[in-house]
Design a protein around this ligand. Structure first.
Ligand code: MIC
Ligand code: SF4
Length: 648
């Protein structure tokens, strides 16, 4: 078991209850929370349902960064609700235009050694500044705002030892892509990643934040860097040196697993379609024609990244077959680039400047043409996430993106005839917090604005005695929450569960055949229960609790798979859906869509560590006994029996 690690020190300092043995439930105090608009409306509706008059955290911030297209009134309706509910509950509000939650939080609010819970899976960005920053479903974040501790399995700690120093044109993004090629996107549930070793000091906070941000794709609970002199310098440059606290693992710290990355041996890499762990070197891809390059997202839109891009492109013009877009991570970044002239260099080079926000990363515009290659500095390339069916999205560093933009094809940036722009740490960031809205001391008289598109989170029924299930869908490995609950053009339905539910598993709907929503509703309306069958690593990716709420609304009672990812599993529990695991992996093959899965005495069978026995009834009437296991805690079981947390 890990000892003397940064992870352990932060948990110790926030420990509330539980057993400090890997895999055992442990509860930790949460100092800060963040929400973003696409998950935030539900989170604050849930907070309201808890009758909390004022948040109990040291700091809570509500950001608007995802849904900003405003085609139709829904987005702005959400913003108004979020702004007013923030004022009423003691939450700071960062309005549209101020930046991506993770980037702004790192710049303006992150504090080394503190805990941060965010309703977005990339909350671990804060690990770059030495926070224990964890992504969770909106309901868990609402509970943290209400003063409840956060429950998680006590983690195994994967130590990632960094040695050497990055060579020119090799980037922090290549570090995390390398880690993804080793650890992959599956099998890391219940672990945390901790960076250590002499290479750490060679990386600035924004570079570290790129690495911890995309650690989300590993499926680890979070990733964390120590807090050192580079951290102090970053905070000083943000005029927040007073919150600096040093934090390092002990010299004799022990990790559960160690991997070593020699920074000086790295070369430019890409995550190829359609998984962040499908890694190749840029050399292998060299020459492939590219139609679109986008630089941005919470992974790679810091001042350092965009200053490097602007410097490399100064006086040049991007290739005429490429559309080239930039989405700056925050207003601080955009304002600095605009005041020092770099924005003009980018525009002159042919960049399309997008609003500061998530934008194309979540399919809000810039969908690529069919059968063309899109190269992005983002963190996710799940199939269809760009908004184009059959898309070919590659994830790269800003350095590689520059080379691709200039040449119109995959090009190793080290072969460019351009001097590598070494970007020194900023000594003084431009501080302008005038968009951050502080809540009044007493928000009780603030009127909360609820336009008609803001619905209430639906409630589930109590767990029935007998689950008379019908398998509504059977899917394969690595099903992401983007498969389950698409974003893109549907993102604006986040506050309207009945409407959003219609597109659950939309990517699997075959032309002319009933959709998942129609099939599930038919099962529900017949008084039966819906079942989803997944294979390995079900529910990867985002924290969107809609991937549980909408199936719940459609009558799903059980998700059975070989493995279920952490945040999604917690969301299922929160909304009263039982996350079961096959005791014998081979049983997966015996099940077909349309089969009946009966679980008798369901509440009595659900007990900590006990198996759950079900009967599979095939179309021909034959019966097969199926044994399931689960990792539910006492508390989880109580919640499921009640039909979800909102009923507790
Ligand atoms: C994402 O990157 O997938 C998102 C959109 O930021 C999600 C949150 C959401 O679905 O609203 C995430 O990462 O949690
Ligand atoms: Fe936004 Fe993309 Fe980051 Fe998610 S991954 S928070 S959509 S920028």
């Amino acid at each position: 078991m890990a000892k003397g690690t940064v992870v352990q020190k932060i948990i110790d300092a926030h420990y509330v209850a539980g057993v400090k043995i890997p895999g055992q439930p442990v509860a930790v105090r949460i100092d800060q929370t963040l929400t973003q608009d696409a998950t935030g409306t539900m989170a604050y509706l849930e907070l309201e349902a808890m009758k909390t008059s004022k948040v109990k955290t040291e700091l809570s911030v509500s950001y608007v960064d995802h849904n900003m297209l405003q085609s139709g009134p829904e987005n702005r309706n959400d913003h108004l609700y979020l702004q007013s509910v923030a004022a009423s509950k003691g939450v700071r509000f960062s309005p549209p235009g101020n930046g991506i939650c993770h980037q702004v939080h790192l710049e303006r609010f992150g504090v080394p050694g503190k805990t941060l819970l965010g309703s977005d899976s990339h909350t671990p960005t804060g690990g770059g500044i030495g926070m224990m920053a964890i992504g969770a479903g909106g309901l868990d974040v609402a509970l943290a705002m209400a003063g409840q501790p956060f429950n998680m399995p006590y983690p195994k700690v994967v130590g990632i030892k960094l040695t050497g120093e990055l060579k020119p044109w090799c980037a922090a993004k290549d570090v995390i892509l390398k880690v993804l090629s080793i650890l992959t996107t599956k099998g890391n549930v219940g672990s945390m990643a901790e960076y250590f070793g002499p290479g750490v000091a060679t990386l600035s906070v924004p570079q570290r934040a790129t690495i911890t941000n995309m650690g989300a794709e590993l499926g680890v609970t979070t990733s964390v860097f120590p807090s050192d002199e580079r951290t102090r310098e970053f905070l000083k440059a943000q005029k927040r040196e007073e919150v600096f606290a040093p934090l390092a693992a002990d010299a004799d710290a022990e990790y559960d697993q160690v991997i070593e990355i020699a920074l000086d041996e790295l070369e430019p890499l890409a995550a190829c379609p359609s998984s962040p762990d499908n890694i190749k070197t840029i050399r292998e891809l060299a020459g492939i024609k590219v139609g679109q390059v986008i630089i941005g997202s919470c992974t790679n839109s810091s001042y350092r990244d965009l200053a490097m891009v602007a410097t490399a492109l100064k006086g040049k013009r991007v290739h005429s077959d490429v559309t080239f877009a930039i989405a700056p991570g925050s207003r601080q970044v955009l304002e600095m680039l605009s005041r020092n002239g770099m924005l003009a260099d980018l525009i002159a080079a042919g960049a399309r400047i997008l609003e500061t926000g998530c934008g194309p990363c979540i399919g809000q515009g810039q969908s690529p043409a069919q059968d063309t290659v899109s190269v992005r500095t983002f963190n996710r390339n799940f199939a269809g996430r760009t908004g184009t069916k059959g898309d070919q999205a590659y994830l790269v560093s800003p350095e590689t993106a520059v080379a691709v933009a200039l040449t119109g094809c995959f090009t190793d940036p080290r072969t460019l005839d351009v001097a590598y722009p070494e970007i020194a740490d900023v000594e003084e960031f431009l501080i302008n917090d005038n968009m951050i809205q502080l809540p009044p001391e007493d928000g009780s008289s603030v009127e909360i604005i609820r336009k008609p598109t803001i619905g209430q989170p639906p409630l589930n029924d109590k767990l029935p005695e007998v689950i008379d299930g019908r398998v509504v869908i059977k899917v394969g490995d690595k099903i992401t929450t983007d498969h389950i609950m698409p974003a893109g053009v549907h993102l604006k339905l986040r506050s309207n569960i009945p409407a959003y539910s219609k597109v659950v598993f939309e990517c699997f709907t075959e032309a002319g055949k009933p959709s998942f929503a129609e099939r599930a509703s038919a099962v529900r309306d017949a008084g039966l229960h819906g079942v989803i069958i997944g294979r390995d690593s079900y529910g990867q990716g985002s924290s969107r609790e809609h991937a549980a709420i909408c199936p719940m609304y459609l009558g799903i009672k059980v998700v059975a798979a070989l493995a279920i990812e952490r945040i999604h599993r917690a969301n299922l529990v929160n909304f009263g859906i039982i996350p079961l695991l096959f005791a014998n992996g081979g049983d997966y093959d015996k099940i077909a869509e349309g089969d009946t899965l009966k679980i008798e005495n369901a509440p009595a069978q659900l007990a900590v560590g006990a198996p759950v026995n079900g009967t599979l009834i095939k179309a021909d009437g034959s019966k097969i006994a199926i044994e399931f296991k689960h990792q539910l805690s006492e508390e989880d079981i109580k919640i499921i029996k009640a039909g979800g947390r909102l009923n507790c």
